[in-house]
Design a protein around this ligand. Structure first.
Ligand code: URA
Ligand code: ZN
Length: 410
C-alpha cells in the first residue's frame, strides 16, 4: 500500500570506539593501536595487513567520528537516519588478558548505556533533519570473549547487558573464546544469550590467512574479501556444529550480509550431503538454517541484495534432511514462498546498515560529516533497486525489521 510518509531508517551496522577504548589503544605498542603520523594526526592500526610495509602500514585515520556522539548524530542527520544501533568496532576486547577484558567489558557497557540514554535532541533551530523519534540511539554491548576466560565471567557480562535498557544485543567477533563460534565452550554462552533475549551481531576482523599474495593492494582485498569470507566460514562452522539445532531461537545478525554464505549455501549443502562423515549431523538441510539468521543490507549492490533475499526466502523449503525433502516443491518459483501478507520471507531478515565511520569519503572533501557518503548511498540505492521489491519491502528493510528484532520503542 502506498504511503506518503517516509520510511523510518534504522542503521544496525554502525561503530564507535568510546573514549575509554581509544585511550586503551593509545597506550598500546602492538596492534591494535592508535599512533600519530608525521602530520600529528591519529591513525588506527588494526589489521595484520597493516603491520608490514606498503600503503597499509600507516593504518587508517581515526578521529572524532569514532568517539564523539555529536559526530554520529551529524552523520545520521546528513543521511536521514532516525535510529542507530551502535557497536564497538573490531577487534573489540579480543586482545586483552581475561582480567582486563572483564573490567573493560563492564566499563564499556556502562559507557554505551550512557552514550545512548543521555542523548536528547537539541531544541535549537535550524534542524538539519527531523527524526521520527527522540530515542535515536541503542547499542550492542560487549562480552569478555578471550581465551582463558571463565564461563561464569562471560555469563555475568550477559546479565549486565540484559539489565542496561539501551543495550539490545552483543557484538561478537568470529573467535569466540579462542577456538571459534563452533567451540563447545560457547554453548552455555549461547544459552544465556537466548535466555536474555539479546541479538548477537557477528562481525569479522581477522580475514583469511595468507590469501592475498605479495602485491600491495591496500585494504581492498582484506576488507572486500577477507572480512566476508571470515564470516562465511565462521557461520558455516557454527551451523555444521549444530548450534542452530540446539539453540533455534538464537538471534544472529550477520555483518556484510553474511559474506559469501548465501551464494555458496547450495554448494555447501551438496558437499555435506555427499560426505558420510557429516551427512547426518544436522536436523535439516544446510540451506534451511539461512532462514534462521538475520543479515545487514551492506552489500553495496541491488543484485547481491536480491540474491540474499532470494536464498533466505526459500530456506523453509529445506526443512528436514535430504531424504525427507520434496525436491519438486523447490523449483516451483517464488509464489509458493510467499508469506501470508505477501512479502517474501527473506525480506523480513534483512536490515539497513552503513558500517560508519569506516569507508568515509576520501581526503579532499572538506567536511565529511556534513555530506552524504558514497558508501551509504550505495547501500540505500541497493535497497531501492532490488527487482520485485515495493514500498512494503523497502520499509521493512530500512527500519521496520530492526524495530521488531530489537524491540525498539519508536
Ligand atoms: N574496516 C574495519 O576495520 N572494520 C569495519 O567494520 C569496516 C572496515
Ligand atoms: Zn563493521
Amino acid at each position: 500500500m502506498a504511503s506518503s510518509t517516509r520510511p523510518l531508517l534504522v542503521d544496525v551496522h554502525t561503530h564507535i570506539y568510546p573514549p575509554t577504548y581509544m585511550n586503551l589503544l593509545r597506550r598500546r605498542e602492538q596492534i591494535p593501536k592508535v599512533v600519530k603520523n608525521n602530520e600529528g594526526n591519529e591513525m588506527v592500526v588494526l589489521l595484520k595487513e597493516e603491520e608490514g610495509k606498503g600503503a597499509n602500514s600507516k593504518g587508517r585515520p581515526v578521529g572524532p567520528q569514532y568517539y564523539e556522539r555529536e559526530e554520529k548524530i551529524k552523520f545520521m542527520d546528513a543521511h536521514g537516519i532516525d535510529v542507530s544501533v551502535v557497536s564497538l568496532a573490531n577487534p573489540w576486547l579480543d586482545f586483552l588478558e581475561p582480567a582486563e577484558a572483564v573490567s573493560a567489558a563492564h566499563e564499556l557497557n556502562v559507557d554505551l548505556q550512557s552514550y545512548c540514554s543521555t542523548y536528547s535532541a537539541p531544541s535549537s533551530s535550524p534542524k538539519p533533519f527531523t527524526p521520527k523519534t527522540q530515542k535515536r540511539l541503542f547499542a550492542f554491548g560487549s562480552l569478555p570473549l578471550v581465551p582463558g576466560i571463565k564461563t561464569e565471567e562471560v555469563l555475568e557480562a550477559v546479565r549486565q547487558v540484559k539489565e542496561l535498557s539501551h543495550l539490545r544485543g552483543i557484538v561478537m567477533g568470529t573467535k569466540g573464546v579462542g577456538k571459534g563460534l563452533d567451540d563447545p565452550a560457547m554453548e552455555p554462552i549461547y544459552a544465556a544469550i537466548v535466555e536474555a533475549g539479546l541479538v548477537v551481531f557477528v562481525h569479522p576482523h581477522y580475514g583469511i590467512e595468507n590469501a592475498f599474495g605479495e602485491q600491495d593492494n591496500g585494504h581492498a582485498l582484506a576488507l572486500g574479501l577477507g572480512f566476508p569470507f571470515e564470516t562465511t566460514i565462521a557461520i558455516a562452522r557454527l551451523i555444521l556444529s549444530g548450534v542452530l539445532d540446539r539453540h533455534p531461537t538464537l538471534k544472529l545478525l550477520l555483518a556484510h550480509s553474511a559474506g559469501a554464505l548465501p551464494a555458496l549455501s547450495s554448494r555447501l549443502s551438496s558437499c555435506i550431503i555427499h560426505d558420510p562423515h557429516v551427512k547426518d549431523r544436522l536436523q535439516n538441510d544446510f540451506r534451511y538454517y539461512l532462514g534462521q539468521l538475520w543479515y545487514d543490507a551492506v552489500t553495496y549492490g541491488p543484485e547481491e541484495l536480491a540474491l540474499v533475499e532470494r536464498v533466505v526466502s526459500r530456506a523453509n523449503n529445506y526443512e528436514g534432511t535430504d531424504d525427507q525433502l520434496a525436491f519438486v516443491d523447490r523449483v516451483n518459483g517464488r509464489a509458493d514462498l510467499l508469506a501470508p501478507e505477501g512479502v517474501f520471507p527473506g525480506v523480513e531478515r534483512i536490515m539497513f546498515g552503513t558500517d560508519h565511520p569506516f569507508f568515509p569519503p576520501l581526503e579532499g572533501s572538506s567536511d565529511p560529516s556534513q555530506q552524504r557518503w558514497k558508501s551509504v548511498d550505495e547501500n540505500l540505492d541497493a535497497i531501492a533497486g532490488v527487482a520485485g521489491w515495493g514500498e512494503g519491502e523497502r520499509r521493512k528493510v530500512m527500519g521496520g525489521n530492526a524495530v521488531e528484532l530489537f524491540g525498539l520503542e519508536i
